[in-house]
Design a protein around this ligand. Structure first.
Ligand code: KIV
Ligand code: ZN
Length: 516
């Protein structure tokens, strides 16, 4: 594919996606998602903001060490300390990119940066030059470009290309742009910037008005050749542009788009499920491409049409995005080697044999209750096993719940809190409510439940239920996940997982609003 024909897919699930409240991921979870993105053949994976915290730095290094086929990118404000930290974190990468940014809109320059436009250009140029000491692959973003003046954007982009930037990113940071106008902005900049042919134009759209994908596609029609996006559209506030929607739009309409992505689209559904499982952000059933109903035909007329000729109502094939890959992979007679090799093919490894053994015994328990084990079950099981071994202060030892017609549900729970066993009991409006109250009678977390959701991981009544619990305390939001064939137990696990996250201290800076 020539450069002009290639649409570079830059995935920022691990960075901007992680900025969604409650979506923070551990190093190990980031590596699992990074490997899944690599299997999807994403061109660039933005793995994090290394200066944010030691944990973020380690996570970016770990992704850089684990991912070999995709370029791994680290975010840095246009500050020496950020760039040096990003350069350090990316040392192990086969192919590394530093993504540096500074705000360019009048409102941000005046109120956030308190800098003049000339000072902003000077800092941007300095940052790009410094980043070039670490890698030849440097991206510069003009934060809030969607509300910046085109004359100023042209000036700063021309200057950073001269300084060595190879990708120019145009973020619609607050989701303000409209498709026609945003496409026009890209077209005009490509025409007006004298050295525009020396860099790739990229866009990064947020979804505040539900237009992130439309704006990105309009930019692509006008010559942008990189899109920044996230799996399931995860991201700050209303999210970022959704990777799966952009990739499938470009692939489905070659009559409109004169470029292609190199993605293996059959990996899309797996990636979507993994990201949802790890972050605890469920995918709505009617979500394009990856929603459970995206390829379901309910009305008789539609079904009849699809059976006669699938093109009557289908513009894409479910199998092309990985829907029909939900096949049994392991069963109760599968041995440890088969288990390990299936996990390896999913990019999952354990640091110790004990970790693998714990996951294998979980697998055996699950296989006794559920005869067919799918990849999605394995992903959920590994998430559960890894979070439990991850220094959790509160652990579930036992749970008994009585629920009977005409009686008030009652739960009795035993938890281990800092290695001490503690019993608790409570009644509630339903079995889940009773279980949560029983847990609270022990942990007294002082949190507020913001969201409770249950999804089945695969189909059938013996499927595992995957529960997400979102808790809030003092403005901090965390998501907890749990999976089990018994949804009350899955709910208790999810609640305890969220409580453990609330108990963990956090010191992590936000790249756009926080101070480091
Ligand atoms: O939305 C935004 O402007 C960003 C930048 C850091 C690229 O995420
Ligand atoms: Zn963003």
């Amino acid at each position: 594919m020539s450069q002009a024909d290639q649409l570079i897919i830059f995935d920022t699930t691990l960075r901007d996606g992680e900025q969604s409240p409650g979506a923070s991921m551990t190093k190990d979870e980031k590596v699992r998602i990074g490997k899944a993105l690599e299997r999807l053949r994403v061109d660039v994976i933005e793995a994090g903001f290394p200066i944010a915290s030691p944990g973020d730095f380690e996570a970016v290094s770990a992704v850089a060490g684990a991912v070999k086929e995709s370029t791994v990118c680290g975010l840095a404000r246009a500050l020496d300390k950020d760039i040096d930290r990003a350069g350090e974190a990316l040392k192990e990468a086969n192919s590394a990119r530093i993504h540096t940014f500074i705000a360019t809109s009048p409102i941000h320059m005046q109120h956030k940066l308190r800098m003049t436009p000339d000072q902003v250009i000077e800092q941007a140029v300095h940052a790009v030059k410094r980043a070039r000491n670490y890698t030849d692959n440097v991206e510069f973003s003009a934060e809030d470009a969607g509300r910046s003046e085109i004359d100023f954007l042209c000036r700063i982009f021309e200057a950073v290309i001269d300084a060595g930037a190879t990708t120019l990113n145009v973020p619609d940071t607050v989701g303000y742009a409209m498709p026609i106008q945003f496409g026009e902005l890209i077209r005009q900049m490509r025409e007006r910037i004298p050295n525009a042919d020396k860099a790739v134009f990229s866009v990064h759209c947020h979804n505040d008005l539900g237009l992130a994908v439309a704006n990105s596609l309009s930019a692509v029609s006008n010559g942008a050749r990189q899109v920044e996006c996230t799996i399931n559209g995860l991201g700050e506030r209303a999210g970022n542009a959704s990777l799966e929607e952009i990739v499938m739009a470009v692939r489905t309409r070659p009559d409109i788009f004169s470029c292609k992505s190199g993605l293996d689209t059959t990996q899309i559904v797996n990636c979507s499920k993994l990201v949802s499982n790890i972050t605890g952000f469920p995918v709505q059933p009617n979500k394009a491409i990856v929603g459970a109903n995206a390829f379901a035909h309910e009305s008789g007329i539609h079904q009849d049409g699809v059976l006669k000729s699938r093109e009557t109502y289908e513009i894409m094939r479910a199998e092309d995005v990985g829907w029909s890959q939900n096949r049994m992979v392991l069963g109760k007679h599968s041995g440890r080697n088969a288990f390990r090799s299936r996990l390896e093919s999913l990019g999952i490894s354990f640091e110790s044999e004990e970790g693998l053994n714990a996951a294998f015994s979980r697998f055996k328990e699950l296989a006794d209750k559920k005869h067919e084990i799918f990849d999605e079950d394995l992903q959920a099981l590994v998430t559960d096993t890894k979070t439990e071994s991850f220094n959790e202060r509160v652990k579930l030892i036992a749970l008994k719940v009585c629920s009977e017609t005409g009686e008030t549900p009652h739960a009795e729970v035993t938890l281990s809190v800092d290695s001490e066993e503690e019993p608790g009991a409570a009644s509630g409006g339903g079995p889940v409510d009773a279980a949560f109250k029983a847990i609270e009678s022990i942990v007294n977390s002082g949190t507020e439940l913001q969201l409770y959701s249950v999804n089945n991981i695969t189909s059938g009544t013996d499927a595992q239920g995957e529960v997400t619990v979102r808790l809030e305390k003092g403005g901090r939001i965390v998501n907890g996940q749990g999976a089990d064939t018994d949804i009350v137990i899955a709910s208790a696990k999810a609640y305890i997982n969220a409580v453990n996250k609330i108990l963990e201290p956090v010191a992590k800076a936000h790249p756009q609003t926080g101070d480091v």
